[in-house]
Design a protein around this ligand. Structure first.
Ligand code: HEM
Length: 245
């Protein structure tokens, strides 16, 4: 990341500590500061609005119940590109905020190879080398980066369709719709992972914190980096306490 982007990001994080607070209790760790939560939920709101208005435009069947929510068909069509633009703007800032911890490494390559064990909950702990984000979370992030760029380019070409040639606009429709379907699939998996599949994760985006147990279970290398303690020892201690009860 360039120095000016990094400076901007640090200033924004600092400014947001004055806007909201994060209370960290005993046995908890700070996971997502106020700035990150603000960006995440802004991205989510504009993503959902874009998705709803986009699907309403795409399918006449959905028109019937979605378009009245936005003031009718023509207004839904008018609002969709603006929601999309705002989604891209907020995600751009989230990109600057997260690009460093989202860097792809050898650890992520190994994580992807063993993804089956993660999905089936076969192992009680993540591999000890898994840091702040695991390979699956990084894949989702980079899929949004690619889709965000595709949405922007194809969206502008469809918006100003008198500037581009007819076949360029036609291809833009196909790419835009495919990117939306990819994002919808990712979004469904993301909600499941952030709530039901990983209890204790959702609160990290609400009040900003997670329990230490959650941290050594899902992100052992991050737990080690922030506490200086061994995640496996914490796991074994917990197992022993459970057996003694
Ligand atoms: C509306 C329902 C949503 C819920 C319940 C939700 C929940 C969460 C939670 C709990 C985290 C933190 C995970 C962690 O700290 O390990 C997170 C992270 C993240 N969210 Fe969401 N989110 C939602 C919508 C979205 C949308 C619409 C997007 C973008 C299109 C998005 C993009 C991300 C990304 C890129 C991350 C970081 C990587 C990851 O954890 O997968 N989220 N989300």
């Amino acid at each position: 990341m360039s120095t000016s982007a990094k400076n901007f990001d640090e200033r924004a994080r600092a400014a947001f500590t004055r806007v909201g607070t994060t209370r960290i209790r005993r046995g908890e760790l700070l996971r997502h500061p106020v700035y990150t939560r603000f960006l995440h939920w802004s991205v989510a709101i504009f993503f959902i609005l874009s998705l709803l208005t986009g699907f309403a435009i795409y399918s006449p069947w959905l028109f019937q119940w979605i378009t009245p929510l936005f003031g009718g068909g023509p207004r839904t069509r008018l609002l969709h590109p603006w929601f999309g633009l705002l989604f891209d703007v907020f995600f751009f800032f989230q990109f600057l905020n997260w690009v460093a911890p989202m860097a792809w490494t050898e650890v992520d390559r190994r994580w992807v190879r063993k993804m089956g064990r993660y999905v089936t909950n076969e192992a009680p702990l993540e591999a000890e080398e898994v840091g702040f984000f695991n390979g699956g979370q990084k894949l989702y992030f980079w899929a949004i980066v690619v889709s965000g760029v595709l949405f922007l380019i194809t969206g502008l070409l469809m918006w100003f369709d008198d500037v581009a040639g007819r076949w360029v606009v036609a291809v833009s429709y196909v790419i835009h719709d495919l990117a939306a379907l990819l994002m919808l699939a990712g979004f469904i998996i993301h909600i499941y992972e952030g709530t039901a599949h990983q209890p204790g994760t959702f609160r990290s985006m609400m009040d900003g914190t997670v329990t230490e147990n959650w941290a050594w279970t899902h992100h052992p290398a991050w737990y080690r980096a922030v506490t200086g303690r061994d995640p496996r020892e914490a796991y074994e201690r917990e197992q022993q306490q459970l057996e003694e009860r």
